[in-house]
Design a protein around this ligand. Structure first.
Ligand SMILES: [Cu+2]
Length: 311
């Protein structure tokens, strides 16, 4: 990092960091003005090296909840000041809900299940998609994403493509309570996202936690993992209970429904809003209900008389 170089930080409309530029326009960009309304601050390399940098912005775009929430959007860092039209994006992240365990969060009850909601503006009059770009914890080598789509019947479809998992076993997948990636070991995202009186379980159990998404257990011949599950259980993008700014976590072992044996956290990513299509469509022919189908066939065979089997 060159000495005294100036960098700029800009709030983006979308919380999509699946590629450079995927986070879209600066929030509240005014046409004809090179300085975007979403500008947060300019800082120097000396500021960055000092560690935490505190800045109190004054834009309406910097709310924690309500109609102008910045939760689930992205912050990009530019290699020049915020008003430089030729600046390049050199870093980006999604704004998640902070965990009180790792960070001070002023005026926010981080234990609430319903503290985030969307801004609806000219770009997203009715947001219906979100994405969590996964980053490995510790020294694991895992990459991928979970794409989340709210369907017209208000069910939500979670679709994932993940590389680097052990393809000989299943891996638990959950929504965790916070979008706080401060700690590399995956623990700052907190426990599973859950509502009152919910206990951990596997879908489609009636009593399970909001974040219980079951297991990833479908792989292609190259070892790439795929996951797809639709549910009306986990809220929507705009309902009072929603997952924006929380996180997706992938575990080392199968989730058997037992809260005491979930395995290490291999990858994590904050859930941000997006209007972009899924980065990688799923290949055709995947069967996400293979386990139940095998069980069904076994039951049918057991009920058939042997004579019928020999015909
Ligand atoms: Cu988990």
């Amino acid at each position: 990092m060159p000495a005294n170089k100036t960098y700029g930080a800009v709030l983006r409309e979308l919380g999509d960091i699946s590629s450079v530029g995927a986070a879209g326009a600066a929030a509240g960009m005014t046409l004809g003005n090179p300085c975007p309304a979403g500008q947060i601050v300019n800082f120097t390399s000396a500021d960055a090296e000092s560690g935490y940098y505190t800045y109190v912005p004054h834009s309406v775009y910097f709310a924690h909840n309500g109609s102008n929430s910045m939760i689930g959007r992205a912050i990009t860092v530019l290699d020049s000041h915020t008003c430089d039209p030729n600046a390049n994006i050199v870093a980006q992240c999604v704004i998640g809900i902070g965990s009180y365990q790792t960070f001070w969060v002023k005026g926010i009850d981080v234990n609430s299940t319903n503290l985030v909601s969307f801004k609806t503006d000219s770009i997203m009059s009715s947001p219906n998609t979100a994405i969590s770009v996964l980053r490995p914890t510790n020294d694991y080598r895992i990459s991928g994403f979970v794409y989340i789509q709210v369907n017209s019947d208000s069910t939500v479809t979670f679709t994932a493509v993940i590389k680097g998992l052990d393809n000989t076993i299943a891996h638990g997948i959950h929504i965790h309570a916070y979008g706080d990636l401060m700690w590399d070991n995956g623990t700052s995202v907190g426990p599973h996202w859950k509502g009152a009186n919910q206990t951990h379980g596997l879908p489609p159990a009636d009593n399970r936690e909001l974040g219980d998404l079951g297991n990833i257990c479908v792989y292609d011949e190259d070892g790439v993992a795929y996951y797809k599950y639709s549910t009306s259980y986990s809220g929507t993008l705009s309902s009072a209970v929603n997952f924006v700014g929380r996180s997706i976590v992938i575990h080392a072992i199968r989730d058997s429904g037992n809260l005491s044996a979930l395995g290490a956290r291999l990858a994590q990513g904050v859930i941000g809003i997006t209007t972009n299509p899924i980065p990688t469509p799923l290949p055709n022919g995947l069967n996400f209900s293979s386990e139940p189908l095998v069980l069904l066939l076994l039951l049918l065979l057991l009920q058939l008389p042997l004579g019928q089997l020999q015909q």
